[in-house]
Unconditional design. Structure first.
Lengths: 301, 375
C-alpha cells in the first residue's frame, strides 16, 4: 500500500524517534511511504488562531502535493494534532466551492498545485489506517512477539477524538476505541483510566504552565494508579507533555511519576519483532528500561 | 417496547449520606429522550429524584447532565442512542450531574456558584460609545452575522461541565462566558472591544488558559463552538490590537507564525524564547521577565537538549520551496481584511453514510407522552 506520507514537524524535531520508528514499521506492514518533504507545518491550531485563510491555504498546499503522488491510496500522518488541524481545514475547503477555487487555490497556482475536492480521497493517522485499511486480522498475523502480560494505557490526543462530526466518526464510529483494539490485537491488555481521551495540556504549556502540567501529571498518575506498564499515544505533541515534561509535571501534581510513554508506531514495532533500540526507545526522557526488560523476557519465553 | 435501565447518581445533602448510584427501569421507545425516562422514573417510582427541566425541547437549556460521561441536554438525547453508546458493563445508561460545578441535589448543580458567576465576569452587556442615538442603534444585518453563533447560546452549561481546562483550573473563565464575551467584542455597537480584550488577554485564567481540547464544541447542543469563539477573541487581541499580554499568548502566536513563515516547518528550539520575547529572539533573551520564564523551564530545556542534541535544538532547515510558503504568507497577510469561512453560516456537508445509521423510528410508538405520567 502506497501512501503520501506527512510526518509533521515534531516527529522530525523533538521526537525524532517517532519518524524513525514509523520508517522501520512501514515495510513490516507493506506500507510504502512517499514522504512529502516539501510540505509545510499544519499550523497545529495556532496558525488557525492567527488567520484561517492562511492555514487553509497552507494545508491545501499539503493536500495538493499528496494528491499528486502517483499510485498513492491516500495521505497518512503520524500526529493526532496534524490530523485534527488538517481535518479542520479540509472541512472548510470542501464546504464551499467559491472559497476553495477562488480564494484558496489561486494562492497555489504559481507552484502548479491545486487542491481537488474528492470525497474518496483521505488523510488518515497511521492508527486509523492500520485498523481500517490494513485491518486487525492482518496485524494479528504479522505479530511475532505478542506483548503478553503488558498493561498499556491508551492516550489519544484531543485532535483525533473531537469534534466527531469533523473527524469522520459518522462513518467510523469506533475511532475513539482503536487504540484499545490495537493493544489487544498485539496481545497486550488496554488499561482503563480517566484520562485516555482527555487533554495532555500541551497547547497551553507556554501560557499557563500550571494548567498544562496539572493535566499531563494527572493523566500519568491515573495511569500509574491503574497499574499501567506504559502509555501509548499517536500524538507527538502529547508525547512532549507526557514524556519530555513529565519530570516537571510531577511537581505540579506533587507526587512521583516515572511512567514510560511510547509512540504508537513504537508499540506496533515491538510486537512486529523490532528491537527497542531500533525504535529509538533509548531516547525518551522517562526511561523505558522496565518496558524493555519485559520485552526481553517475552522474547526469551 | 424497549426496556432501558437508567443508572442515576443520587445525592441528598440533607441525608448526611455520600452520593450513591440507583438504577431505574423504564419502558419507553428508543426515540424518547433520557429526560422522558428520568421523569417517568420520578412519576412512577421515586418522586424524590431531582432534576431541573422546563421546555423538554432543547430550547430552555435547563436539563444539562452527563450521560455516559458526556455532557448533553437530557431532553435532546434519545434513549436508543444513549443505550447504544453506553459505557456501563450491565448496559445501563449512566446519568450524572454536570461536572465542574458543585452538586446541590441529585442531578441539580449550583449554576450560580460557577456558570453565572463567570458570565458576570465578562461584563455581559453592551457598552456603547458616545451619546446614545435619538432612536435605536442601527446595525447593518451583515455586521451581526459574525456574532450569531455566539448568540445561539442557551446557557445550559454543558460546555462548562465538559471543559478540561476548568477541570484542573477552576478559575478559568471558561467556554460559555468567553463565547459570551466574543458576542460583545464583535458587536459593532460595542465601544469597549479593546478594553474587553485586554482584560481577557491579561487574566491568567482568560483566553490563553483554553487548552484547545474541543470538549466544549463536542458538548454544545446549539453549535455555538465556544472554543472557536475563544480563538476569535485571540485573533482580535493579537492581530487587531497587538495586545502584548503577560501570559505570552501574543508572543506564542507570533513565534509560531513567524517561525513557519521563515522555515516552513516548526523550529521548536526557538519557540519558548520567541514566545516569552513577544515573538523576538533578542527580546526573549534580554527581557528580565522572559529570561525568568525560560529559567523556570530549564529542566525541560536541559532534558530536551540531552535528548535531541544541540544540532537539532539550535539549527533548523528551511523547506526546499520555502519561497513559496513565504509568498503565501505575504499574499494573505497583506490583505486589508481577514477572510474567514464561517462553517456555522455555510453549514456542514452531510457525511456519507449517515442516513443508513439512523435507527428507523418505530411508528407505532410515535404518539406523545402517555397519560401525563411524564410531566
Amino acid at each position: 500500500m502506497k501512501v503520501a506520507y506527512w510526518p509533521g514537524c515534531v516527529s522530525r524535531g523533538f521526537t525524532p524517534e517517532l519518524h524513525g520508528s514509523m520508517e522501520k514499521v512501514a515495510p513490516k506492514l507493506d506500507i510504502e511511504l512517499v514522504e512529502l518533504d516539501r510540505a509545510n507545518c499544519c499550523g497545529a491550531g495556532v496558525i488557525a488562531e492567527h488567520n484561517t485563510e492562511l492555514v487553509d491555504t497552507l494545508n491545501a498546499r499539503t493536500f495538493a502535493m499528496a494528491q499528486q503522488v502517483e499510485g498513492a491510496v491516500g495521505m497518512m500522518n503520524i500526529c493526532s494534532t496534524c490530523q485534527g488541524a488538517q481535518s479542520e481545514c479540509r472541512e472548510r475547503l470542501d464546504a464551499d466551492e467559491h472559497y476553495r477555487d477562488h480564494v484558496v487555490n489561486p494562492h497555489l497556482e504559481p507552484e502548479g498545485l491545486k487542491y481537488e475536492q474528492d470525497g474518496d480521497w483521505w488523510n488518515k493517522n497511521f492508527l486509523w489506517l492500520l485498523v481500517e485499511d490494513i485491518g486487525l486480522d492482518t496485524l494479528r498475523e504479522r505479530v511475532v512477539r505478542p506483548l503478553e502480560g503488558m498493561r498499556i494505557a491508551p492516550f489519544y490526543g484531543c485532535y483525533i477524538v473531537r469534534p466527531q462530526r469533523r473527524l469522520g466518526y459518522a462513518r467510523c464510529p469506533e475511532r475513539d476505541n482503536y487504540l484499545e483494539q490495537v493493544i489487544e490485537a498485539l496481545g497486550a491488555q488496554p488499561v482503563e483510566y480517566a484520562g485516555s481521551h482527555k487533554c495532555c495540556g500541551f497547547p497551553v504549556i507556554t501560557m499557563n504552565k500550571e494548567t498544562s502540567l496539572r493535566q499531563a501529571g494527572r493523566h500519568v498518575a491515573d495511569a500509574i494508579d491503574a497499574d499501567a506498564d506504559c502509555m501509548v499515544t499517536p500524538c507527538p505533541l502529547c508525547h512532549l507533555n507526557l514524556d519530555l515534561q513529565q519530570p516537571e509535571a510531577a511537581r505540579y501534581v506533587e507526587r512521583d511519576l516515572g511512567l514510560p510513554v511510547l509512540h504508537f508506531p513504537q508499540l506496533v514495532g515491538l510486537a512486529l519483532g523490532l528491537e527497542p533500540k531500533e525504535l529509538g526507545m533509548g531516547k525518551h526522557v522517562v526511561g523505558t528500561r522496565d518496558v524493555q526488560r519485559k520485552i526481553a523476557a517475552l522474547a526469551a519465553a | 417496547m424497549a426496556d432501558y435501565t437508567l443508572k442515576l447518581r443520587r445525592f441528598d445533602p440533607e441525608s448526611g449520606q455520600a452520593a450513591y448510584w440507583q438504577s431505574f427501569d423504564v419502558d419507553l421507545g428508543p426515540e424518547r429522550s433520557v429526560l422522558d425516562g428520568i421523569l417517568k422514573a420520578r412519576a412512577t417510582e421515586d418522586g424524590s429524584i431531582a432534576i431541573r427541566c422546563s421546555c423538554q425541547a432543547a430550547i430552555c437549556g435547563s436539563c444539562a447532565v452527563r450521560i455516559n460521561g458526556k455532557s448533553a441536554l437530557a431532553c435532546n438525547t434519545k434513549l436508543g442512542e444513549a443505550s447504544a453508546n453506553g459505557v456501563d458493563e450491565d448496559g445501563a445508561i449512566v446519568v450524572e450531574p454536570m461536572g465542574n460545578m458543585p452538586v446541590l441535589k441529585d442531578l441539580i448543580v449550583d449554576m450560580d456558584a460557577v456558570h453565572w458567576k463567570k458570565i458576570q465576569r465578562v461584563t455581559p452587556w453592551l457598552l456603547p460609545e458616545g451619546d446614545p442615538p435619538e432612536r435605536e442603534y442601527i446595525v447593518p444585518a451583515e455586521a451581526m452575522i459574525d456574532v450569531t453563533q455566539a448568540m445561539a447560546c442557551i446557557q445550559c452549561g454543558a460546555c462548562v461541565s465538559a471543559c478540561l481546562s476548568m477541570e484542573v483550573d477552576p478559575e478559568f473563565i471558561g467556554p460559555a462566558a468567553l463565547a459570551k464575551a466574543y458576542r460583545f467584542v464583535a458587536d459593532p455597537r460595542d465601544g469597549a472591544a479593546e478594553e474587553r480584550l485586554r482584560d481577557l488577554a491579561e487574566d491568567p485564567h482568560g483566553i490563553y488558559d483554553c487548552t484547545h481540547c474541543f470538549a466544549c464544541i463536542e458538548a454544545c447542543p446549539k453549535d455555538v463552538a465556544p472554543m472557536d469563539q475563544i480563538m476569535r477573541l485571540r485573533r482580535r487581541a493579537t492581530s487587531d490590537y497587538e495586545i502584548k499580554d503577560q501570559n505570552a499568548g501574543y508572543g506564542h502566536e507570533q513565534a509560531f507564525v513567524r517561525i513557519v513563515e521563515k522555515w516552513g516547518t516548526l523550529h521548536e528550539g526557538q519557540m519558548p524564547v520567541r514566545s516569552f520575547g513577544q515573538g523576538s529572539m533578542v527580546r526573549g533573551q534580554t527581557d528580565p521577565s522572559a529570561v525568568g520564564k525560560l529559567l523556570d523551564s530549564a529542566e525541560t530545556g536541559v532534558n530536551t537538549m540531552r535528548k535531541v542534541g544541540p544540532r537539532r535544538f539550535f539549527l533548523h532547515h528551511k523547506l526546499p520551496d520555502q519561497k513559496q510558503v513565504k509568498r503565501i504568507f505575504k499574499e494573505i497577510e497583506s490583505k486589508d481584511e481577514r477572510i474567514e469561512l464561517n462553517m456555522y453560516i455555510v453549514g456542514h456537508a452531510e457525511e456519507p453514510g449517515v442516513a443508513e445509521e439512523i435507527e428507523p423510528r418505530d411508528v407505532t410508538l410515535g404518539a406523545p407522552a402517555e397519560g401525563g405520567t411524564d410531566s
